[in-house]
Design a protein around this ligand. Structure first.
Ligand code: C2E
Ligand code: CA
Ligand code: CA
Ligand code: CA
Length: 277
């Protein structure tokens, strides 16, 4: 039995060794991707219901992998966070998105950009200064930048202070995937923020499930009381869009209006035409 156990331990070690090797390869690939400009941003339109037009766009990162094709963020953000590469990756995303916002402005159709920020980027004091420098060098108006964070940052007091320093610059703060994590009314009460993003799992239930509809109404009302506006994610049908409009939601985002894509592939009407519901 002892020998068998030793054999299992050896093969386990070998498997671990391969795992480590594969991880190191992936990590080296991702590091190279950063310098080789293989990371590209797709943008998804966000429709302001009061104006019935596209006023913002969310930047969503993709990896144009030389061997594996176009990879979505779910395939590499986890690795980036585990290895610390999320910090340079996040800085690259932020810089690119601000550059795109400036191009839209020069093109005569100014749009705000929303950027996903990992809690790791809020560790230490560097982030607010980076954002400030970027706004100065690009000339982008602070109000045209939104930083999206998930509920996971709330419990971290230091990260919240860093986030509030960014907000003091005039940048908008959005709570992403609201209601899916450990939302606490206590945090909502303590920290000012600008937008609440209603997760797609809630949008999916509209017109289907009374309890979901009740919760979504409460999120919209709660946000209003706290001086924030709501963005509904994953809007795929006109019925969902109309329900959200009638409930007082601020913005809509989803495949109904446009999938994330390179700005040059956007349907021109997304920038110029009013969106009818
Ligand atoms: P998220 O921030 O919640 O982004 C929304 C996700 O829903 C995106 O997936 C988007 O393509 C997808 N989506 C939007 N509308 C619809 C719809 O109508 N139907 C369906 N089925 N899906 C829709 P994506 O692009 O795969 O991004 C996944 C997640 O990766 C994001 O979730 C975000 O948490 C993360 N992520 C993306 N870019 C970045 C980044 O630059 N930095 C960091 N830290 N995370 C990022
Ligand atoms: Ca987001
Ligand atoms: Ca989200
Ligand atoms: Ca999500």
């Amino acid at each position: 039995a002892k020998r068998e156990g030793g054999g299992r331990a050896r093969s386990f070690e070998r498997a671990m060794g391969e795992d480590v090797a594969a991880r190191q390869r992936d990590q080296a690939d991702l590091r190279a991707a950063l310098t080789n400009e293989e990371l590209v941003l797709h943008y998804q339109p966000i429709i302001d219901l009061a104006e019935a037009r596209t006023t913002h766009a969310e930047a969503l990162v993709r990896w144009r992998h030389p061997g594996r094709g176009l990879l979505g963020p779910d395939r590499f953000i986890g690795l980036a966070e585990e290895t610390g590469l999320i910090v340079p990756l996040g800085a690259h995303v932020l810089r690119s998105a601000c550059g795109q916002a400036v191009r839209w402005q020069r093109g005569g159709h100014p749009l705000g950009v929303a950027v996903n920020v990992s809690p790791w980027q809020l560790a230490g004091e560097a982030f607010p200064r980076q954002v400030d420098e970027l706004l100065t060098t690009t000339g982008l108006e602070a109000g045209l930048l939104t930083v999206e964070v998930t509920e996971s940052v709330w419990a971290d007091e230091a990260a919240m202070r860093v986030l509030m320093d960014v907000r003091d610059l005039g940048v908008r703060i959005a709570l992403d995937d609201f209601g899916t994590g450990y939302s606490s009314l206590n945090y909502l009460r303590r920290y000012p923020f600008d937008l609440v993003k209603i997760d797609k799992s809630f949008t999916d239930g509209l017109g289907e499930d009374d309890r979901t509809e009740g919760v979504v109404r409460c999120i919209i009302d709660l946000a209003a009381v706290l001086g924030a506006r709501t963005v509904a994610e994953g809007v795929e049908t006109p019925d969902q869009a109309r329900w959200l409009r009638d409930a007082g939601c601020g913005y809509l985002q989803g495949y109904l209006f446009g999938r994330p894509d390179l700005p040059e592939n956007w349907h021109p009407g997304l920038l110029t035409d009013p969106q009818r519901l």
